[in-house]
Design a protein around this ligand. Structure first.
Ligand code: FAD
Length: 380
C-alpha cells in the first residue's frame, strides 16, 4: 500500500508552503515534495518584501492584503524574524514627483505624500538633497527569505503534521497515484507549485498561453548592524515603470520616455532599484529583468554596476561591500497576475506570480484551497 494523503504539494517554495499551510489548517493530511535537498528557487532568492503597495487597487491589492494578514499571523508563531517597516518611494525628477502625486490621489488612502524632513526621520540613510517628492505606505513587511524557506517547513511539520519529502521529484500523477522519487504515493489532490518549471508536469496546461521566464540579478551587502538602519524598504524613481499600481498615472508615459532617452540601458536590462534590510543588518539590493531568450546562465557585471550607481543617487551607504551576488528566475504571464490551471482530475497548477510571489502567496493559496476543498466536499 502506498502512503496515503488527502493532498500533495509539489514544490517547497513559498507558494508550495502557503498551499500546504492552508490545506493543513483545514485538517487535511498533507505531503510536500521538493526535488532539491532544500528549496532553492525564486523564493529563497528574493528581497523578502511583502509589498501590497505594488499591487493595483482592486482584487490584486485585496489578495495581497489578505496574504499579509496570514503572514503576520504565522510569522510570530513560527518564530521567524520580520519587521513591519512600511515602504517609501523616492522621486528626484519632476515627472516622477508628478506620478507619485497622481498615485496618491488614486490610492484610496494606501499611501501618503511626505516631506523630505519626514523621509529623513523615517530613514536617515536617504539622500534628501534634490528629493522632489516621496510617498510613505505603512503596509509593507520585510522578511528574510533564507530564514522563511529554511524554517517554515519544520514549523508546518511540528504544528500541523505536514510531511516533507525533500530530494524527491514528482514525475507523474494519475489520480490518485503520484510517482515521486521512484516511489508511489496516493492523494486525491495534487497542487503543483513548481515555479518556473512548467515542462516537467502537465506542460500542456501552460502550452501556448505566453508564459515567460524572467531572470533577475541581486546583491547583498555586508552587515550594517548598529551602523545604518534603513527603516522602510525603499524604491527609487525607476520603480514607477515597473509595478502595475502606477500604470493609471497619466505622467508615467513621460517618465518612461525620459528614461528610455536618457539611460536606455535601464530599459535594455529591465533595471529598477529597491533596497531592504534584513534582521542581520544586511542590505538586499536589486534588480534587473531579462526574459526568455535573453536569459543566460552567466551574470552581467554591467547590470550590477548600473544598480549600484543608481542606488548611490538616493542612498548614503558608507563603505558598501558586496558580500553576495546571485540571480533568480520566475514565471510570469504578460497579462495575468497569476495562473491557476486544472489540467487533469485532482491536479491544480498554480504559477506565474511573477515578482510578487512572496506578497501574494498566502492570500492566493487561501483562495485556491477554498475552491478545491469546497469542490471536493461537494463531490463527496
Ligand atoms: C530575485 C527575485 C526577487 C524577488 N523579490 C520579491 C519580493 O521582494 N517580494 C515578492 O513578493 N516577490 C518577489 N519575487 C518573486 C517571488 O520570489 C516568486 O514569485 C516566488 O518565490 C515564486 O514562488 P514559487 O513557490 O512559485 O516558486 P519557487 O520558489 O521557484 O519554488 C518552486 C519549487 O518547486 C520545486 N519543483 C519544481 N518542479 C518539481 C517537481 N517536479 N518535483 C518536486 N519539486 C519540484 C523547485 O525545486 C522549487 O523549489 C522575487 C523573485 C526573484 C527571482
Amino acid at each position: 500500500m502506498p502512503p496515503v494523503f488527502d493532498a500533495a504539494v509539489v514544490g517547497a517554495g513559498v507558494l508550495g508552503l502557503a498551499h500546504a499551510y492552508h490545506l493543513a489548517r483545514r485538517g487535511l493530511r498533507v505531503v510536500v515534495f521538493e526535488r532539491s535537498p532544500k528549496a532553492c528557487g525564486a523564493s529563497i532568492r528574493n528581497f523578502g518584501m511583502l509589498w501590497p503597495i505594488g499591487q493595483p487597487a482592486g482584487l490584486m491589492r485585496e489578495i495581497a492584503l489578505r496574504s499579509r494578514e496570514f503572514w503576520l499571523e504565522l510569522l510570530p508563531k513560527a518564530g521567524i524574524w520580520h519587521e513591519r517597516t512600511g515602504s517609501m518611494h523616492l522621486a528626484y525628477q519632476d515627472d516622477e514627483a508628478q506620478v507619485l502625486g497622481e498615485f496618491v490621489e488614486r490610492s484610496e488612502g494606501a499611501a501618503e505624500l511626505i516631506s523630505p524632513t519626514e523621509v529623513a526621520s523615517r530613514s536617515p540613510a536617504v539622500k534628501t538633497a534634490g528629493l522632489k517628492a516621496a510617498i510613505w505606505s505603512p503596509s509593507e513587511t520585510c522578511v528574510d527569505p533564507r530564514q522563511v524557506i529554511a524554517e517554515l517547513p519544520a514549523w508546518l511539520e511540528r504544528q500541523y503534521g505536514v510531511q516533507f519529502e525533500f530530494s524527491t521529484a514528482v514525475s507523474a500523477y494519475d489520480a490518485p497515484t503520484i510517482t515521486a522519487g521512484g516511489r508511489a504515493y496516493a492523494s486525491q489532490q495534487l497542487l503543483v507549485c513548481s515555479g518556473d518549471d512548467f515542462q516537467s508536469l502537465f506542460p500542456e496546461a501552460y502550452a501556448g498561453c505566453g508564459l515567460l521566464r524572467c531572470k533577475l540579478q541581486m546583491m547583498r551587502s555586508q552587515s550594517y548592524a548598529g551602523r545604518l538602519k534603513l527603516g522602510p524598504m525603499l524604491a527609487g524613481g525607476l520603480t514607477l515603470r515597473h509595478y502595475k499600481n502606477f500604470q493609471d498615472c497619466p505622467t508615467l508615459a513621460a517618465v518612461k520616455e525620459r528614461v528610455a532617452r536618457e539611460s536606455p540601458e535601464f530599459d535594455e536590462f529591465g533595471i529598477h532599484v529597491m533596497a531592504s534590510q534584513n534582521g542581520l543588518g544586511e542590505l538586499i539590493l536589486g534588480d534587473s529583468h531579462e526574459y526568455n531568450d535573453a536569459i543566460q546562465p552567466f551574470d552581467k557585471p554591467r547590470i550590477d554596476d548600473l544598480i549600484l550607481e543608481y542606488l548611490h543617487t538616493f542612498l548614503n551607504v558608507p563603505d558598501l561591500q558586496i558580500a553576495a551576488r546571485w540571480h533568480g528566475t520566475y514565471a510570469k504571464h504578460p497579462k495575468e497576475s497569476y495562473l491557476v490551471r486544472q489540467p487533469a482530475p485532482g491536479a491544480t497548477c498554480v504559477t506565474a506570480v511573477g515578482g510578487a510571489g512572496m506578497t501574494l502567496s498566502f492570500g492566493l493559496a487561501d483562495q485556491v484551497v477554498s475552491q478545491i476543498v469546497g469542490e471536493s466536499q461537494r463531490a463527496g
